[in-house]
Design a protein around this ligand. Structure first.
Ligand SMILES: Cc1cc2nc3c(=O)[nH]c(=O)nc-3n(C[C@H](O)[C@H](O)[C@H](O)COP(=O)(O)O)c2cc1C
Length: 191
């Protein structure tokens, strides 16, 4: 038996990166759980930002932003970026987290986040509600050497990314590997 829960804005689980707008001189970032890859060629990203966000203002000024994936152990700092606004706080000065230049876009990277995407805004879609959808092209990506495996690929155990659980409003880390994608299904699919 399933119970109807009504229209919902919850998907389980969600990522929770810091999205940053602005420049090395004037930057702001916020926690964003409503974010996803939007396509492969070109690689794109789509996120829902509430109209009032300070970071959205800065993204609009330059047309660029970065997506910075934090470690699970940094949940408290990420939460701080998600409960305080750049309208009345300098979040980098207060948290002690730092900026480093990106290589393609003017928006900097969050140095303490080991995986980063550089993005350029392609378009904004306003569904007419609380949030605007910002669609960006991912023009470069970076990984700290400490999270790479012997083949130079991101090792998810080393990255240990922060995960957000809506509803119960908690942060978690990923559990263990359960199967190989694009492969495990072959044992189920008829020949
Ligand atoms: C776990 C978590 C997830 C969040 N996800 C989003 C989101 O997807 N979109 C959004 O607009 N705000 C989201 N927020 C709220 C913003 O991060 C928060 O309002 C922030 O203070 C805005 O900062 P700014 O005004 O400096 O940009 C989230 C907050 C938390 C704690």
């Amino acid at each position: 038996m399933k119970k109807s829960l009504g229209p919902s804005d919850r998907l389980y689980p969600m990522p929770c990166p810091l999205v940053l707008g602005g420049t090395m001189e004037k930057a702001d970032a916020l926690a964003v759980a409503w974010i996803a890859i939007g396509g492969a060629t070109p690689p794109t990203i789509v996120m829902a930002l509430r109209h009032s966000r300070r970071t959205l203002e800065l993204i609009r000024e330059t047309g660029e932003f970065t997506v910075n994936v934090p470690r699970a152990s940094d949940a408290a700092v990420v939460d701080y970026f998600g409960i305080v606004s750049g309208h009345d706080h300098d979040k980098f000065a207060e948290s002690g987290w730092t900026l480093e230049p990106a290589s393609v876009v003017s928006a900097p990277l969050v140095a303490e986040c080991p995986y980063n995407l550089e993005c350029r805004v392609i378009s904004e879609v306003d569904p007419g509600g609380t949030h605007v959808l910002v669609i960006g092209e991912i023009v470069e990506s970076h990984a700290d050497e400490s999270i790479l495996d012997a083949n130079g690929k991101v090792d998810i155990e080393k990255l240990d990314p922060l995960v957000y659980i809506a509803g119960s409003r908690e942060y978690r880390r990923l559990g263990e590997k359960v199967a190989d994608a694009f492969s495990a299904g072959k044992s189920v699919k008829p020949e």
